[in-house]
Design a binder for this molecule. Structure first.
Ligand SMILES: [Zn+2]
Length: 198
C-alpha cells in the first residue's frame, strides 16, 4: 500500500538530512502527525524559515551569526591574535575552552583540488586585510589534521610569508585525520599550548 501523499512528502523531506534513511524518516513523519501538537509543528516550520532568513556570515570573520558583525568581532577587548578554523562549529569548540581571548577567521571550507575547491572558493580574500586593519600579531592555524587541512595550512603559511607576523599550527595531541569539532576541550587546550611555528 502507498502512504497518503502528505505523509509521503514529509518522509521525503526528512530524508534530505544526512544520516536519516527511509526508516527513520518514516518514524519522524508518523511522530509528527501522531504526537506533535499543532503549535509545535508551527514553531518547527517557522524556525526552519527563520534560520534561512536570519542566519548569515559575519562580515569580518565569516562565522555564522544573525548580526552583521558577530559578538566576538564586536568585542574590542579581544587580543590581536587569530585562530583560523574551517567552520563555525570549530569556533564554538575553542570558545568553550575559555582559554583563548583572541579572534577567529572562519574559512567556511578547506582547499581541496580533488573536489574542485581552490583558495578563491573559501574565505581567504579578507584575511590579509584583516591582518593589517586589526594589527594582528599572531596567527594560529587550526585546520584539521587531514590532507585538505594540511594543504590549507600550508597555503596560509605561504600567503603570510614576508610579513612580520608569527604563524603557528596546532597539532599536538590531535589525532591524524581528526576533526577539530570532535576534539575534547583538554585535547584542544593542549594542542593550543603546544602549537609550533610554521
Ligand atoms: Zn566575526
Amino acid at each position: 500500500m502507498k502512504y497518503p501523499k502528505a505523509l509521503e512528502k514529509l518522509i521525503e523531506s526528512f530524508q534530505i538530512y544526512p544520516g536519516i534513511g527511509p526508516k527513520t524518516a518514516e518514524r519522524l513523519a508518523f511522530f509528527t502527525f501522531l504526537k506533535m501538537k499543532d503549535e509545535d509543528v508551527i514553531s518547527f516550520s517557522k524556525n526552519l524559515l527563520r534560520l534561512k532568513n536570519e542566519l548569515k556570515y559575519c562580515s569580518e570573520c565569516g562565522v555564522l551569526t544573525d548580526e552583521d558583525k558577530c559578538e566576538i568581532c564586536s568585542d574590542s577587548s579581544r587580543e590581536r591574535r587569530l585562530i583560523i578554523v574551517e567552520g563555525t562549529k570549530d569556533v564554538n569548540v575553542f570558545e568553550k575552552t575559555g582559554q583563548f581571548f583572541g579572534r577567529y577567521h572562519v574559512l567556511n571550507g578547506l582547499i581541496s583540488p580533488l573536489n574542485g575547491v581552490g583558495p578563491e572558493d573559501i574565505n581567504l580574500q579578507s584575511l590579509l586585510k584583516r591582518v593589517e586593519n586589526e594589527k594582528i600579531e599572531e596567527i594560529i592555524v587550526a585546520t584539521s589534521a587531514t590532507i585538505e587541512g594540511e594543504m590549507t595550512a600550508l597555503y596560509i603559511k605561504n600567503l603570510l610569508e614576508n610579513r612580520s607576523i608569527k604563524v603557528s599550527r596546532i597539532g599536538y595531541g590531535l589525532p591524524a585525520g581528526g576533526d577539530i569539532e570532535y576534539a575534547d576541550e583538554i585535547t584542544l587546550i593542549k594542542a593550543l599550548e603546544g602549537r609550533k611555528e610554521m
